[in-house]
Design a protein around this ligand. Structure first.
Ligand code: CS2
Length: 481
C-alpha cells in the first residue's frame, strides 16, 4: 500500500442510527451491515448502525480515520468486486466509556441490538443453553453497573429503557448457535433475574429475541489483501473485509412492535416463522464439515479450506460424511435439496480466492463441537448407524488440542479450555487414556455420548497417530463405498 493513495472517505452523510451492533468483526461487516445497507436503500429509511467493539480499540481507530466507511470485497475465481459500505453511523469501543454506550442503547431511536459475539460471548453452558453464572465476567456484571460482557450490556440497557418507560429493543443474535435467539433470551433473562426479578419478567414478556441463520464465508482479513486492495481500487482502506459471493440470512419475523428494516426485500434474505430447519442444516452440513476439515486439514499441513478440497482424499471424505452421516439426520427446509446444498458447499469451499485458514476455524472447538458435530453423532448412534467420518473429525480435534501437528510442530491452540485440554492430554497414559480423559470434559461431551464413543474414538485416535490423516481418511472412504 502506498501512503500517497487517497484515504477512503464517506460520500453521503451518515444514516441516523436505529441499530446497535455488538461485535464489529469481519463477519458482520461483510454480512449484516451490507444487507442492512441494501434494505435502507430499498425502503428509503434510516437504519444506521452503531458498531461496537467489545474487546479492542483497533477497528474503531482504523474506521475513525476513514469516516467509518470501509470496503467489502467479493472474491471469486473470476475476480474481485469492491463495494464501499456506508451503513455505520458510528463506532464505539465499549470499555472506554460503558455509560455512553448504555445511553446510546437506551435511546428510543434504537430499535434493534444485534450480536456477533461468537459462541463464547453468550456466557452460556453449551449443554443446556442457560447462563453460566459461575463465570467471573458474569459475576462482575451482576455486581457492577459497568458491564464487560455483551449480555451485561443488553441487560443494563434494557433496565434503563424500562426505568424510562420506553419499549425494549429487539435482540437479534447472528451467531452460529442452534436456537441462537433462545440462547440469547436465556442468558439475558438469566442475568436480569440475578439483578432484579421484575426486570427479568419485563424482558421475558416485552422483549423479542428472533433466531436467525447467517451464512457467508468471511476469512479474517490478511495484511497482504489490504495491500492488494489499494493497488486494485486506488484508495487506502485500513480495514477492508473480503468475502465469498454467497450470502444467506434467514430471520424469524418477531421484532418488538414489528420495527425492522425491510430485510426481506434484499436478495439472500428470507423472513420465516421458524428458523430451526435452516439452522440445523447449516450448522451440521457447513459448520460441521468446516470444523472437520479444520482439524484434519491443519494436522495434515493444509493452510486453508480451499487447500484441503484440492485433494481428492478430502473431497471423498467430505462427500461420504455428508451422504452417509449428516444428511440422514436432517429434515430439509421446504424446497431445499440437501444433495444439491452439499454440492454447492463443496464449490464454495473450493473458491481459490478465499483464503480461509484452517487454524482460524479450529479456534474455540470446545464451544463449537457440540452443535456442529456431536449432535449429529448422537443421532446417528441413536438410529444404529455408523458415523466413522465424524468420529475421525472428533479424533482430529483431540489430536489438535494436544498441541502438536503431524510434522511434530507446535500448534497455537486457541480455546477457552485450551490449558485444561492440553493438561488432560499430557497427563494421559497412552491413546486410550487420553481419549477417556478428553471425553470426561462434561462441558463438551455428555456422559452417555462419552460412553458410546470411547471405543471407536480411541481407535480413530490411534489410527491418526499411527498412519496420519490422509491414510485414515482413505481407509474410511474404502469402508464407506
Ligand atoms: C466457520 C464459520 O470460523 C468458523 O468456525 O465455520 O465462521 C463459517 O465460515 C460461517 O459460519 C459461514 O457462514
Amino acid at each position: 500500500m502506498t501512503d500517497s493513495s487517497p484515504r477512503l472517505a464517506r460520500e453521503k452523510s451518515p444514516p441516523k442510527a436505529a441499530i446497535v451492533h455488538l461485535g464489529l468483526g469481519a463477519f458482520f461487516r461483510a454480512h449484516g451491515a451490507l444487507i442492512t445497507e441494501d434494505a435502507m436503500r430499498d425502503c428509503g429509511r434510516d437504519w444506521g448502525i452503531i458498531g461496537v467493539s467489545l474487546r479492542s480499540p483497533g477497528i474503531r481507530d482504523k474506521l475513525a480515520e476513514q469516516d467509518n466507511v470501509y470496503t467489502a470485497v467479493e472474491m471469486s475465481g473470476t475476480g474481485r468486486v469492491p463495494r464501499v459500505v456506508e451503513a455505520l453511523s458510528g463506532v464505539v469501543f465499549a470499555p472506554e466509556d460503558p455509560d455512553a454506550l448504555l445511553l446510546q442503547m437506551a435511546d428510543p431511536a434504537i430499535k434493534i441490538v444485534s450480536l456477533t459475539v461468537t459462541e463464547k460471548g453468550y456466557c452460556h453452558i453449551p449443554a443446556t443453553g442457560e447462563l453460566d453464572v459461575s463465570q467471573a465476567d458474569i459475576q462482575a456484571d451482576i455486581k457492577s453497573k459497568h458491564p464487560s460482557t455483551a449480555v451485561g450490556y443488553l441487560v443494563r440497557a434494557l433496565a434503563m429503557r424500562r426505568n424510562a418507560g420506553l419499549r425494549p429493543f429487539t435482540v437479534l443474535s447472528c451467531d452460529n448457535l442452534p436456537n441462537n435467539g433462545r440462547v440469547a433470551q436465556n442468558v439475558v433473562v438469566g442475568l436480569a433475574a440475578c439483578i432484579d426479578a421484575d426486570l427479568a419478567r419485563w424482558i421475558a414478556s416485552e422483549c423479542r429475541f428472533p433466531s436467525t441463520m447467517v451464512d457467508r464465508i468471511v476469512p479474517a482479513t490478511a495484511a497482504e489483501d489490504i495491500d492488494l486492495l489499494a493497488d486494485t481500487c486506488g484508495h487506502r482502506d485500513l480495514t477492508p473485509v473480503f468475502h465469498e459471493p454467497f450470502c444467506q440470512w434467514v430471520i424469524e419475523d418477531r421484532f418488538v412492535d414489528g420495527a425492522r428494516p425491510d430485510y426481506g426485500s434484499v436478495a439472500g434474505v428470507q423472513m420465516v416463522e421458524n428458523v430451526e430447519p435452516f439452522e440445523l442444516m447449516k450448522l451440521r452440513m457447513l459448520n460441521g464439515t468446516h470444523s472437520a476439515l479444520a482439524y484434519l486439514g491443519y494436522l495434515a499441513g493444509c493452510e486453508t479450506i480451499s487447500d484441503t478440497v484440492l485433494e481428492a482424499v478430502f473431497r471423498g471424505y467430505l462427500q461420504r460424511v455428508w451422504r452417509d452421516e449428516i444428511i440422514p439426520t436432517i429434515t430439509p427446509p421446504l424446497g431445499v435439496d440437501l444433495t444439491a446444498y452439499a454440492d454447492e458447499l463443496l464449490r464454495r469451499y473450493a473458491n481459490p480466492a478465499i483464503k480461509h485458514r484452517t487454524w482460524q476455524i479450529a479456534m474455540d472447538g470446545s464451544q463449537k463441537l457440540p452443535q456442529r458435530i456431536l449432535g449429529t453423532i448422537a443421532e446417528c448412534q441413536g438410529a444404529g448407524r455408523r458415523c466413522d467420518g465424524l468420529i475421525l473429525a472428533v479424533a482430529g480435534w483431540m489430536r489438535y488440542v494436544g498441541g502438536v501437528d503431524e510434522k511434530g510442530k507446535t500448534i497455537d491452540v486457541q480455546d477457552p479450555l485450551a490449558e485444561r485440554l492440553r493438561a488432560v492430554t499430557e497427563a494421559g497414559s497412552g491413546p486410550h487414556d487420553v481419549v477417556d480423559q478428553l471425553l470426561s470434559v462434561r462441558e463438551i461431551f455428555s456422559a452417555a455420548l462419552a460412553e458410546d464413543l470411547k471405543e471407536d474414538l480411541a481407535q480413530a485416535y490411534e489410527a491418526l497417530a499411527a498412519n496420519g490423516v490422509r491414510q485414515s481418511m482413505m481407509s474410511y472412504i474404502d469402508r464407506a463405498r
